[in-house]
Design a protein around this ligand. Structure first.
Ligand code: B1M
Length: 233
């Protein structure tokens, strides 16, 4: 899509550079994406603005062409790797906010699903907002959630699914928590592109989170509500 070879990214204005990052992400050009992200940060862009307008928007475009059969798995994998390199620069900046510690969350992508960019982004934003986050990675069977819940005693269990074929597994996890009498010990948040509020309700989650920023707001609100309820006895 782009001809990034001998282009001086510094010579582009913000709008052109953002567009170029989208193109470089699309082409899986890791080093160029990293350079673009660093330039935007150097120009005073916040890590969050850089993340959403530079990287997430770029990946949205990749998703459209993947859906339409213009891009295939190998190309999308390269794009995902370029995205992750950009995220690696932003992560320490997003989590180093010095926010007071609010609580603990475990989060993982469910069994059968290996998509992890959105889940990692949620983990980063939650850390930045003051949550301790235990990231369980991808392809998690229910046992992993149970083991991590027992070991880390989190306030929140987060689950991510990007496939219509894997999202029903969230119900397996929640039903197992119910069977074991553990469901009410946790706030369960779910997210991922194919989900919606109705689905979250149907599987018995506490809330659906459309994106990472909503995940942070929802976690804070539900945790505050829980603390109030506990205080009232
Ligand atoms: Co996949 N893939 N993929 N893929 N892939 C989708 C999801 C798809 C929609 C593409 C398409 O057709 N348009 C489609 C699913 C269709 C469907 O189910 N109806 C699809 C498919 C079909 C597949 C394969 C089956 C392809 C194949 O092999 N033929 C295969 C499945 C592999 C598997 O999991 N078993 C596959 C593989 C891959 C790659 C490995 C190539 C790669 C993943 C790399 C990686 O993650 N490390 C990949 C990618 C990159 C995508 C798209 C293009 C982008 C996903 C992404 O990273 N988005 C995706 C297209 C799309 O989603 N439109 C697609 C950016 C990210 C920031 O957004 O993940 O939505 P998102 O996360 C958001 C919110 O959803 C929310 O917050 C995040 C940040 O704002 N959120 C949460 C997410 N998780 C949350 C958890 C929470 C809260 C909020 O917990 C509290």
């Amino acid at each position: 899509m782009s001809d990034a070879g001998d282009l001086d990214l510094n010579s582009l204005n913000d709008e052109e550079l953002t567009q170029q990052i989208h193109d470089d992400l699309y082409d899986g050009l890791k080093e160029e994406v990293v350079e673009g992200v660093n330039i935007l940060l150097g120009r005073g862009w916040s890590p969050y603005k850089t993340l959403t307008e530079g990287l997430v928007e770029g990946m949205r475009i990749v998703g459209i062409d993947f859906r339409d059969g213009i891009l295939f798995v190998p190309e999308v994998l390269l794009a995902a790797n370029a995205m992750k390199s950009g995220m690696a620069i932003l992560r320490p900046l997003l989590i180093a906010t010095g926010a007071p510690r609010l609580g603990k969350m475990i989060i993982g992508t469910v069994k059968g699903d290996i998509h992890d960019i959105g889940k990692n982004l949620v983990a980063m934003m939650m850390e930045g907002a003051g949550f301790d986050v235990i990231n369980l990675g991808i392809n998690n069977p229910v046992e992993n959630y149970l083991k991590a819940a027992e070991e880390h005693k989190p306030d929140i269990i987060g689950m991510s699914a990007l496939l219509t074929t894997t999202m029903p597994y969230m119900k397996v996890v929640i039903d197992t928590l119910k069977e074991k009498g553990m469901r009410d010990d946790y706030i369960v948040l779910v997210g991922g592109a194919p989900l919606n509020e109705e689905f979250a309700k149907a599987v018995g989650a506490d809330a659906y989170c459309r994106d990472a920023a909503v995940a942070v707001e929802t976690a804070k609100a539900l945790l505050a509500r829980r603390h109030n309820l506990l205080a009232k006895g």
